[in-house]
Design a binder for this molecule. Structure first.
Ligand code: UDP
Length: 331
C-alpha cells in the first residue's frame, strides 16, 4: 500500500515525504506545482502533477495506485494574502478538500492526516494553547482550515474516514543534510526573510509592528523544526493504522520568541548584522501564539529533537547559504 501525499513538493510536505521514504513507505505525490518545487520531490516516489480540485484527476490516481492513507498538505497558507484574497482560500483550501474527500469516499480510503494551524485559535485568551480552547480565527486562512477540520468531522460520521488534524505553530528550519529546505515565491515567512537579509539579498527586514502588548512590543510565536513536525505525521499515520480515533493535536515547542529575539538569534548564528526597520502591523496577526503540545507527546509519543530556536535557525542558515537561489528558479 502507498501513502498519497498531496502537496508533497511543498516545504513541509517534502520533509514528510523524505521521512516516509526513509521509513520504507511507498509514496505517491500529487502537487500542482503552484507553490511547490519539482526539485523538492524525492526521486523514489511516483509523482502526478495536477490539482486536487479536479475530481476526475483524483479518481484516476486512486484507481491506478493502491492507497491506504492520505497526507494533505496542499493548501494556500499565507495569513496576509488570505486577507486580501479570501475567495482564493475558500476555493483552493475548502473546495479542494471537499473534492479530495469525495474522491476518498469513492475510493474507500479511510485515513487522512491533515495540515492544520494555530491560526484556527485566533487571539488566545491565555497561553499555552491547548486543543480544547475556543477557536476564533482572525484570518481567512485560519477560518478555511477550521472549516476543513469540520468538513472532515462530518465526513467521518457519514463515511468513516478517520482523520488526524495537526495544528502547526510556526514551522521553520530545513533538513539536516540541506537537501531540501524552505523556498516560497514570494517569501513572506520570518525566518527565511531574516536569513535572506543576512545573505545581503534584502537591504533590511521590516518588523510588522512593535506596539503589541508583549515584552519588546513585537509578536511572539512558537517555532517548531520542520523535521520534528514532519515526524509527527509519521506518528499520526501509525496511530491511525493501529485503529486510533480521529483527533486534533497542537505541534509547537511550548515556548514563545518575539520577532526581535528571532532576529537577535539569527545575528548570533550567522555573524551578520541584519538591518531592521519597524513597519505597520500586518492584518490578521495575533500578538502571541504558544502551543501546549502535551497531547501530541502523550498520545502520539511525539518527541521533538531539533526544536530549539538556535538549531532551527542554524539548519535554515545551512540551507539558505548553500542554496542562495533556493531551488534555483527565477523569483
Ligand atoms: N514578521 C515580520 N516581518 C516579516 C515577516 C514576518 O515582522 O517580514 C512577523 C509576523 O508579523 C509574525 C511573525 O513574524 O508575527 C511570524 O510570521 P510568519 O509570516 O513567518 O508566520 P505566521 O505567524 O504568519 O504563520
Amino acid at each position: 500500500m502507498s501513502v498519497l501525499v498531496l502537496g508533497g513538493a511543498g516545504y513541509i510536505g517534502s520533509h514528510a515525504v523524505y521521512q516516509l521514504v526513509e521509513q520504507g513507505e511507498k509514496v505517491v505525490i500529487i502537487d500542482n506545482l503552484e507553490t511547490g518545487h519539482k526539485e523538492a520531490i524525492h526521486p523514489k516516489v511516483t509523482f502526478y502533477e495536477g490539482d486536487i480540485r479536479k475530481l476526475d484527476f483524483l479518481r484516476t490516481v486512486f484507481e491506478k495506485e493502491s492507497i491506504d492513507a492520505v497526507m494533505h498538505f496542499a493548501a494556500n497558507s499565507l495569513v496576509g494574502e488570505s486577507m486580501e484574497r479570501p475567495l482564493k482560500y475558500f476555493d483552493n483550501n475548502v473546495y479542494g478538500t471537499q473534492v479530495l474527500l469525495e474522491a476518498m469516499v469513492e475510493a474507500g480510503v479511510k485515513h487522512i492526516i491533515f495540515s492544520s494551524t494555530a491560526a484556527t485559535y485566533g487571539e488566545p485568551k491565555s497561553v499555552p494553547i491547548t486543543e480544547t480552547m475556543p477557536t476564533n480565527p482572525t484570518s481567512t486562512y485560519g477560518e478555511t482550515k477550521l472549516i476543513m477540520e469540520k468538513m472532515m468531522k462530518w465526513t467521518e460520521k457519514a463515511h468513516g474516514i478517520k482523520f488526524v488534524s495537526l495544528r502547526y505553530f510556526n514551522v521553520a528550519g530545513a533538513k539536516d543534510t540541506s537537501e531540501i529546505g524552505e523556498d516560497h515565491r514570494p517569501e513572506t515567512h520570518l525566518v527565511p526573510i531574516i536569513l535572506q537579509t543576512a545573505l545581503g539579498q534584502r537591504s533590511h527586514i521590516t518588523i510588522f509592528g512593535d506596539d503589541y502588548d508583549t515584552n519588546d512590543g513585537t509578536c511572539i510565536r512558537d517555532y517548531v523544526h520542520v523535521d520534528d513536525l514532519a515526524h509527527a505525521h509519521l506518528l499520526a499515520l501509525d496511530y491511525l493504522r493501529k485503529g486510533g480515533d480521529s483527533n486534533i493535536f497542537n505541534l509547537g515547542s511550548n515556548e514563545g520568541f518575539s520577532v526581535k529575539e528571532m532576529i537577535e538569534t539569527a545575528r548570533e548564528v550567522t555573524g551578520k548584522e541584519i538591518p531592521v526597520q519597524i513597519g505597520k502591523r500586518r492584518p490578521g496577526d495575533p500578538s502571541i501564539l504558544i502551543a501546549s503540545s502535551e497531547k501530541a507527546k502523550n498520545v502520539l509519543g511525539w518527541n521533538p529533537t531539533r526544536t530549539s530556536v538556535m538549531q532551527i535557525i542554524q539548519d535554515a542558515w545551512n540551507w539558505h547559504s548553500s542554496h542562495p537561489q533556493g531551488y534555483g528558479k527565477e523569483g
